[in-house]
Design a protein around this ligand. Structure first.
Ligand SMILES: [Zn+2]
Length: 377
């Protein structure tokens, strides 16, 4: 399912290919996020044309609204949202911890109140596998307990141990499901937790590797800790994981974070940042961020990014985009989101090309220098 195609001769950056039922994914890859079963403001065909090979959908949101009855009747998530390429679904664990009201955790599962209508739900790790199976996701995540930063070691240990117990039950349930149910080739990744404690991460990774998942996610990063600490956790945890399986840093991140994580041997990324910033009027460019509403862009007829070959940069000026935002026209949100998604996908395309030529370290140096200099100026 995963082939390690090449590792840069000068470091840990890797080139891989992940095969799923709905298509192949070249890694390192960026997954645009469709929170409510849509990548906000964008047509699926445009996201695909921008080069996305996989998208992420949030189980928690889809489970609550429209609910699983609708998804089942629609014939699964791919059909419901008209997206023919692979879909990765998260477990909903992170949203339960960050969005849901009143949650109660036990080894058995998690009880929570919907943030939409206050309705109470109880989900076991087995339920979460069943939900993702019905969604028809190509890559599923087991229920895990995500902790915030800072977190005491005791708390981190309890959450990590529970994550391991749930991972074992999820994997067992998936195998039974495959035996008795449809022969879908859904993949299941394990999620390494353990907060900022290396020994906890080590124990968790070892336990999960024994279970033998199809890939490994690094969870509980980018939850409020400083960048240096994020990179240390990624570096340390990636070093514990098997070479021949994909590695996914959940919720990472900004362009600089992606580049740093690839340098530490990570293959997969997701983040809401491209569309969230797009809607708020900020474009990511090779020269840093552009707050398009600002006055200096009023008569700036250059494209957002002269190095970008997306539909937006080929056809529209900064002045026009600024006008759309000031006139509160919908097209502005869509165009900036589309450019941003393309920028993140193009970043991973360029990263893959650099690794192929064993030039990732040079790429990283040049990219970060230009990006950071412009950002701080
Ligand atoms: Zn562009």
């Amino acid at each position: 399912m995963f082939t390690l195609v090449h590792q840069d001769k000068n470091g840990k950056a890797r080139l891989g290919k992940l095969v799923t039922e709905h298509g192949e994914i070249d890694t390192p890859t960026f997954m645009p996020v469709g929170t409510h079963a849509t990548i906000k403001g964008l047509y699926p065909k445009d996201v695909e044309e921008a080069g996305a090979q996989i998208m992420l959908s949030n189980t928690y949101h889809v489970f609550l609204r429209p609910g699983m009855d609708v998804i089942r009747k629609a014939g699964g998530l791919h059909k419901f949202i008209s997206w023919g390429k692979p879909i990765l679904t998260d477990s909903g664990g992170y949203q339960v911890f960050s969005l849901a009201l009143l949650r109660k955790l036990s080894d058995k599962g998690v009880e929570f109140q919907s943030h939409i209508d206050g309705f109470k739900h109880f989900l076991t790790p087995e339920d979460v596998i069943d939900i993702q199976s019905d969604l028809g996701s190509d890559i599923m995540m087991p229920l895990d307990e995500c902790v915030h930063y800072p977190c005491t070691k005791d708390h981190g240990e309890v959450a990590m141990k529970r994550t391991v117990i749930w991972a074992k039950r999820s994997h067992k349930h998936m195998l039974e499901h495959k035996k008795n149910g449809p022969t879908r080739k859904q993949l299941l990744f394990g999620i390494v937790q353990g907060a900022t404690y290396e020994d906890l991460r080590w124990v968790c990774a070892k336990e999960l590797i024994d279970i033998d998942f199809d890939g490994y996610s690094i969870g509980g990063v980018s939850v409020g800790e400083p960048s240096d600490l994020i990179y240390n956790i990624l570096d340390f945890t990636a070093g514990l994981l098997p070479q021949g399986k994909p590695r996914y840093a959940m919720g990472i991140g900004y362009p600089a974070d992606i580049v740093e994580a690839v340098d530490r041997g990570i293959d997969m990324f997701d983040c809401v940042v491209p569309t969230r910033y797009g809607r708020n009027g900020t474009a990511f460019t090779s020269g840093g961020k552009i707050p398009i509403r600002n006055a200096p862009y009023a008569e700036d007829f250059k494209p957002l990014d002269e190095q970008c070959s997306c539909y937006v940069c080929k056809n529209f000026s900064r002045a026009y985009l600024r006008h759309l935002f000031n006139a509160q026209e919908m097209l502005g949100l869509t165009l900036l989101s589309l450019h941003n998604v393309y920028f993140f996908l193009d970043l991973t395309r360029n990263i893959r090309e650099a690794i192929k030529q064993d030039k990732f370290k040079e790429f990283k140096k040049i990219f970060l220098k230009r990006y950071n200099e412009s950002f701080s100026s």
